[in-house]
Ligand binder design. Structure first.
Ligand code: THG
Length: 266
């Protein structure tokens, strides 16, 4: 499974502060640590202040790609913002994100045409985030079919079925898993991705819920997670579950990661 390092996100209070102060060393440190921890992509999200988003995102992109060789996951709720900052990115990575809302496809998909950028596609539209698997799958299919008009093959698309919070919607994990299954059945080469922490919103001891979310999502074939690559419990879960699902012959990766100190007691 691919790991998208989540830590460079202005919505995290300490990071938002560092962005406001333009504290370069703080951001470099996050980029370095996530790279050393084995992240495949580094998410960069300027966060909550729309007046400063363009300037902040360009600043983040410049620093992160100077510090790390990892490709970026360019994260903004504003498709026009992604369009503006993309020329600044040196190595093709992952756009986070497109969805069925407004004209996002019309802005984002042309950016991918003729490149090897990949894209995260959220299963939401102008009606919001659907609860049922059927509606998630219908939106995913629409986003994949629309991408084909721009010569974007399904293997460049990571569908994010947007899991809700378990404390509010008690079958949200079941509909998430059913959506992943149906999407993969319809498009065997399409990828799937999720953040790991929405599920436990409003619950105590969130990490136990998040870890088990990862395990169940891996069991239906989730391909990538937006997560903290330095979270030792989550890394342990990831390696153990991949081995349990026979994706790690002779548990070699599990054993190596343990020897490298990626999980286990310190
Ligand atoms: N899907 C897509 N993009 C996304 C999300 C998603 N982008 C934003 C968000 N959700 C994923 N990013 C974060 C970033 C930080 C945290 C949660 C989600 C967070 N971090 C804790 C902190 O830094 O304090 C630490 C968490 C830990 O140690 O595990 O809460 O769903 N496409």
């Amino acid at each position: 499974m691919l790991v998208i390092g989540e830590k460079i996100n202005g919505a995290i209070p300490s990071v938002g502060e560092a962005i406001a102060k333009r504290d370069e060393a703080f951001i470099r440190n996050l980029a370095r640590r996530q790279t050393d921890a084995g992240a495949d992509y580094l998410d960069v999200c300027a966060g909550t202040n729309p007046d400063d988003e363009l300037d902040a995102l360009v600043w983040l992109i410049d620093i992160v790609q100077d510090e790390s060789d990892k490709p970026l996951c360019v994260d903004s709720p504003d498709a026009k913002m992604i369009e503006k900052v993309l020329p600044r990115v040196k190595q093709n990575g992952l756009i986070n994100s497109v969805s069925g809302e407004g004209d996002k496809c019309g802005i984002i998909y042309p950016l991918l045409k003729g490149t090897d950028w990949k894209v995260i596609a959220l299963t939401c539209d102008n009606n919001g985030i659907p609860e049922t698997a059927d509606k998630k799958v219908a939106i995913a299919k629409g986003l994949i079919e629309e991408a084909a008009h721009y010569d974007i093959a399904p293997d460049r698309i990571f569908i994010d079925p947007l899991v809700l919070s378990l404390s509010a919607v008690s079958d949200c994990m079941l509909s998430f898993m059913e959506a992943v299954r149906q999407i993969k059945e319809a498009y065997p080469t399409v990828k799937t991705v999720s953040g790991l922490s929405n599920i436990s919103y409003g619950m105590p001891y969130r990490k136990i819920v998040n870890m088990n979310f990862l395990a169940l999502a891996l069991s239906v074939g989730m391909d990538a997670a937006i997560m903290d690559p330095e979270n030792r419990d989550m890394c342990g879960t990831l390696y153990a579950v991949e081995a349990l699902l026979d994706r790690d012959k002779y548990c070699r990766k599990y054993n190596r990661a343990y020897r490298q100190g990626k999980f286990g007691s310190k």
